[in-house]
Design a protein around this ligand. Structure first.
Ligand code: UD1
Ligand code: CA
Length: 450
């Protein structure tokens, strides 16, 4: 069965108190809209239509950045969820199959839940995702008779006995696309909010002899985000769920509650993550690697048995091969570091390649930026880079070469050569002793005078 996702993402999100459209606020390093798209992706949709309004351009860009095939339609005025769905009609005019409506601000619907809805569609014309709310509050209420969903009543319209129902509307709806658009076209806005309620399609469908039912999910999945406080709760919920999954996948987390994952972090079995590690987007850690305490990683790949940190920062484009060691206060960016190489202390390695078994001495810096352009540093295999070497890029160090500590290297160093670039040392006998005597007597005089 062909499937189209319709994701409502036009609302302003006033309660976020933000210049940015609500659905672009991030959870685990990805806009909440992307989380919604990711859960919808589990249905392998043939089409994805984002209904955008406030900040439509930015919303469209984010959606297409994640899935280039996503289509964006504009809902210039937000006249209600039913009106929102209707905006997708012309984009899907040539589409035959099922449509599933998701909200861009409801990021946690599980793939299994959507699969259950798709399965229920075999027996019912309209399938609505519901949940038993601990506190039903202002959610729409699902009025059922046995397995049949008779109608959805918005809180504002609900009579007391309807408000007493705890089975609530998540907002997720599945129906044949053509049927959905026909139903939505019949929705009117003669209600308390003056809005076109998507929820009205159930009563309209039933009146036309179509069947409707409810698939239930856990309330946690339907969490919608309307404020910064709810965003923070959502972040916390994501993190605790992810920590539990990572532990179950065979990763050691010494202090799980202090480790922060991105939405796409991948960690292999038997990796060890020490306390207070933060993963930004785009990180893959292979089996057996160790990420030591207080490290920050994003956009990088750490291979087997590599050790990173404590206090290391890996920035986008970092590739560490097997057994690489990155030590304390080391920053690596856009650099490929080959098997067994070591950068153990206080270094910056950016826009560089480092060959196998090379040792980068403490305090070494690739001077990759000339104020306008970035340049590369290529370091061969088995090189010994002396402590506090400044590698002024573009520059190459050949295999098995060395640099003397404190050198400023501005020209290429051939294989097996040693480059020295520092002022020769002068040693003056007894000068330190005379210097101390002079300074101490000056101090004594000053103390007397005072
Ligand atoms: C909606 C449901 C309610 C349900 C609740 C679950 C309706 C009428 N009500 O209420 O039954 O319990 O969600 O959270 O559907 N949006 C648009 N365009 C619009 C209006 C809304 O894109 O014209 C988007 C919003 O940005 C938001 C989503 O649709 O992402 C839901 O809209 P919202 O106004 O929050 O609906 P609720 O009143 O919460
Ligand atoms: Ca809402």
């Amino acid at each position: 069965m062909a499937t189209a996702l319709i994701i409502l993402a036009a609302g302003m999100g006033t309660r976020m108190n933000s210049e940015m459209p609500k659905v672009l606020h991030q959870i685990a390093g990805a806009p909440m809209l992307i989380h919604a798209m990711k859960s919808g992706a589990s249905l392998e949709p043939d089409r994805t239509v984002i209904v955008a309004g406030h900040g439509a351009e930015a919303v469209g860009k984010a959606a297409q950045g994640w899935d280039a095939r996503a289509e964006v339609v504009l809902q210039a005025e937000q006249l209600g969820t039913g009106h929102g769905v209707a905006q997708a009609r012309s984009a899907l005019a040539d589409f035959a199959g099922d449509a599933i409506v998701l909200y861009g601000d409801t990021p946690f619907i599980r793939p299994e839940t959507l699969t259950a809805m798709a399965a229920a569609r075999q027996f019912h014309d309209v399938v609505v995702l519901g949940f038993d709310a601990a506190d039903p509050g202002r959610y729409g209420r699902l009025v059922t008779a046995g397995d049949t969903l008779e109608k959805i009543v918005e809180f504002k319209e609900a009579a007391d006995e309807e408000r007493a129902i705890s089975l609530c509307n998540s907002g997720v709806v599945a129906a044949d696309a053509a049927t959905l658009f026909e139903l939505v076209a019949l929705v009117k806005n003669d209600n308390a909010a003056g809005e076109y309620y998507l929820t009205d399609i159930v009563e309209i469908a039933r009146a036309r002899g179509l069947s409707a039912t409810v698939v239930r999910c856990d309330e946690a999945e339907t969490m919608g985000i309307n404020s910064r406080a709810e965003l923070a709760v959502a972040e916390g919920a994501f993190q605790s769920a992810r920590r539990a999954e990572v532990l179950a996948d065979g990763v050691t987390l010494q202090a799980p509650e202090t480790v922060y994952f991105a939405h796409d972090t991948v960690i292999g079995r038997d990796a060890v993550i020490e306390p207070n590690v933060v993963f930004g987007p785009g990180v893959t850690i292979e089996s057996g690697a160790t990420i030591r305490a207080f490290s920050h990683l994003e956009g990088c790949h750490v291979s087997r048995d590599a050790v990173v940190g404590p206090y290391a920062r890996l920035r986008p484009g970092t590739e560490l091969a097997d057994g690489v060691k990155i030590g304390n206060f080391v920053e690596v960016k856009n650099a490929q570091i080959a098997e067994g190489a070591k950068v153990n202390h206080l270094s910056y390695i950016g826009d560089a390649t480092v060959g196998a078994a090379t040792n980068i001495g403490a305090g070494t810096i690739t001077c990759n930026y000339d104020g306008v352009f970035k340049h590369r540093t290529d370091i061969g295999a088995r090189v010994f880079v002396g402590s506090n070497t400044m590698l002024v890029a573009p520059v190459k160090l050949g295999d098995d070469s060395m640099t003397a500590s404190g050198s400023v290297i501005t020209r290429d160093v051939p294989a097996e050569a040693m480059a020295l670039s520092r002022t020769p040392q002068e040693t003056r006998q007894g000068l330190a002793k005379r210097m101390f005597e002079k300074l101490n007597s000056k101090k004594a005089k000053a103390a007397k005078g005072a």
